[in-house]
Design a protein around this ligand. Structure first.
Ligand SMILES: [Zn+2]
Length: 618
């Protein structure tokens, strides 16, 4: 067989693969960075994008080269460019999503963070979809380079696109919830207070606990168990809050984006495939709402409508346990529960569905409209900023406004929680607070730069976002908001008795490097009160564990089939002995089974394997 490939053809394949690879690298790095105008300098950003463009470009080029060598003897039509382009794009995406690449990069270049790994299944789907995108890109390259025809690529795109689309639309792994009943309760009568402080992170909180600025959280910390709360990706609130409330991941609970899109196919693509990182946010979050404005499709706030499984208060309601739930994110429209529910959209005036349950709460709830948050926001900004008008504040006006809004929100919801505790005598009290996260996003630069003992001169890059004076004014803002949040938690806990349990968690932490929380870190968890170990570390807790642990703390059996488990280490031996953990299995027909952990041997093998994986049985 004579080697009949010309040098030019090989160069062309290299270029075709390389072009697409470079483009993929550029998209990857750019998408990973543009959302976080934090600590990384402009130079670092530029170099990162360049680095990935070259890396992926080289990979794409080499694949193109190799594929050309391998396929030319057999190829009648030259569909090589599309295939190589597809392969290079898929490889680039695969690498980009691999956790080890992310970790390696983070270790090597600590001032930056990149998209982390995703589940293997998501990875496979991502590669498939990227193949399609790559094939289309390849077709375009073929069209650009004459003599390479794109017909093969189009055929390939269809061949791969159909199964991909089928996989996306038909992803139907759903959790079958058991039916809860009042008879399932054990004899414990204490209440459970569950606080979610969005974005609370040990790196910020620990120094405040040590310095005595957050006395309420400090007393929980010293009298109970605590640890890091493991998160999952995407590290964003809609997904994580819903995992906290359901004990399940997005495959099953259905909500993992801030918006829900129409037509449904785009919705499925975005909300169910968070791993589809490259360019996704740009394409969809910018593009789909634009289409929506033109009347093609729509983008609405994510809400309870996207959730496919029961949440904590659905279980307690079914078991006849009254609850007061206030400010839970993405909970609108208000669910009809045993007790009362104030959703996170309560403050909005015009909503098509009720934002509170029962509906008359709207009139009777003495919500604090005193603008306490706004009044408290100004002083904590330091005297200089507090005395300025909006015009004088200039670029800082937006920060101040956001801070006021979230403080306002937290003050109101805290007041509402106190009222509901009085009016409904709930056994489950849930309060969601958001000022900490909002503040971490707004003031991280000043927090970090203002903290350095030997403060270097402000770099030209950072000078675009802040100035020396602002750093002096705002360096303590995040600490102040933690302290206010602590006082709000304390005000709700004023009615706490010795038979109650308190649980404080966050949906995720916050990176001190200014990259926000796109890539973690994990959140916090603290538990204290009746039957909880008086001191200790809680290792390996994850967001999924909060629901089962809360149900157990309330004396209820735990649904079988959750992603999480009861945090056994949090409870004292005596509690576990007096109140054995039990599981409840989904009802088949009329049959519904509640079994304690020592009565499991006759379970099927698959169920036993699941329970072993969760650590319930040895
Ligand atoms: Zn956030």
């Amino acid at each position: 067989m004579a080697l009949s490939i010309s040098q030019r053809a090989l160069t062309r394949s290299f270029l075709a693969g390389g072009l697409v690879g470079a483009f993929a690298g550029f998209l990857f790095a750019w998408e990973s960075l543009y959302r976080n105008p934090g600590i990384a300098s402009f130079g670092d950003r530029f170099l990162t994008i360049l680095f990935f463009a070259i890396l992926f470009g080289l990979a794409g080029g080499l694949i193109g080269f190799a594929a050309d060598l391998l396929t030319t003897p057999f190829a009648r039509t030259r569909a090589v460019a599309p295939i190589t382009a597809a392969a290079s794009f898929a490889l680039a995406e695969g690498l980009a999503r691999s956790y080890s690449v992310h970790q390696w990069y983070k270790d090597t270049w600590p001032s930056l963070t990149l998209t982390p790994g995703t589940s293997f299944r998501n990875f496979c789907i991502v590669v498939l979809i990227c193949l399609v995108i790559g094939a289309l890109a390849g077709a375009f390259v073929s069209w650009l380079l004459p003599r390479l025809r794109g017909a093969g690529a189009v055929a390939l795109a269809f061949a791969l696109g159909l199964p991909s689309a089928w996989l996306i639309v038909n992803r139907t792994e759903t959790f079958q919830p058991p039916r809860y009943e009042a008879s399932m309760k054990d004899d414990r009568e204490g209440r459970l207070f569950l606080f979610v402080i969005d974005g609370a992170d040990w790196d910020f909180l620990m120094p405040l606990i040590e310095s005595g600025r957050v006395p309420n959280l400090a007393s929980l910390y010293t009298s109970g168990v605590s640890g890091e709360l493991g998160i999952s990706y995407p590290c964003i609130s809609p997904y994580l809050w819903t995992s906290l409330a359901t004990g399940l991941d997005d495959d099953q609970h259905g909500l993992c984006e801030f918006f829900a899109y129409r037509p449904p196919f785009t919705n499925a693509l975005i909300t169910r495939y968070p791993g589809l990182g490259t360019g996704k946010r740009f394409l969809f979050q910018k593009f789909v709402p634009k289409l929506a404005r033109l009347g093609i499709g729509s983008a609405v706030h994510a809400s309870r409508a996207q959730k496919r499984v029961p949440e904590l208060w659905d279980y307690t309601s079914a078991a006849g346990i009254p609850a007061a739930v206030v400010g839970w994110r993405f909970s609108y429209p208000a669910p009809a529960i045993e007790g009362a529910f104030v959703t996170d959209r309560f403050q909005e005036t015009v909503l098509p569905q009720p934002a509170v349950y029962p509906a008359e709460l709207r009139e009777t709830l003495r919500i604090d409209y005193s603008n306490e948050g706004a009044r408290r926001a100004r002083p904590i900004l330091g005297e200089r900023l507090a005395s300025m008008t909006t015009e004088e504040l200039g670029p800082n006006a937006e920060k101040v406004e956001k801070l006021s809004y979230h403080l306002e929100r937290d003050f109101r919801y805290t007041a509402a929680t106190r009222d509901l505790v009085e009016a409904y005598d709930p056994r489950l009290v849930v309060a969601g607070l958001t000022a900490v996260d909002a503040c971490e996003h707004q003031f991280i630069l000043e927090h970090v730069l203002g903290r350095e003992d030997d403060r270097p001169a402000l770099s030209a890059y950072h000078a675009r976002f802040t100035d020396e004076q602002t750093i002096d004014d705002l360096a303590g803002t995040i600490d102040d908001v933690y302290a206010i949040t602590d006082s709000l938690v304390g005000s709700i806990l004023a009615s706490r008795t010795s038979s109650d349990i308190v649980m404080v968690v966050s949906d995720h932490g916050h990176d001190l490097d200014g990259s926000g929380h796109r890539f973690g870190p994990g959140g916090i968890i603290m538990m204290a009160g009746a039957g909880i170990h008086p001191a200790g570390r809680l290792e390996g807790a994850r967001v999924y564990d909060v629901l089962p642990t809360a149900l157990y703390a309330l004396g209820l059996p735990v649904p079988h089939g959750l992603a999480g488990k009861v945090l056994i280490d949090a409870f004292e031996e005596k509690t576990l002995a007096d109140h054995p953990i039990s599981l409840v299995f989904p009802s088949e027909g009329e049959l519904q089974e509640v079994r304690t952990l020592d009565a499991l041997p006759e379970l099927g093998e698959q169920d036993l394997e699941e329970l072993k994986a969760l650590g319930y049985v040895d």
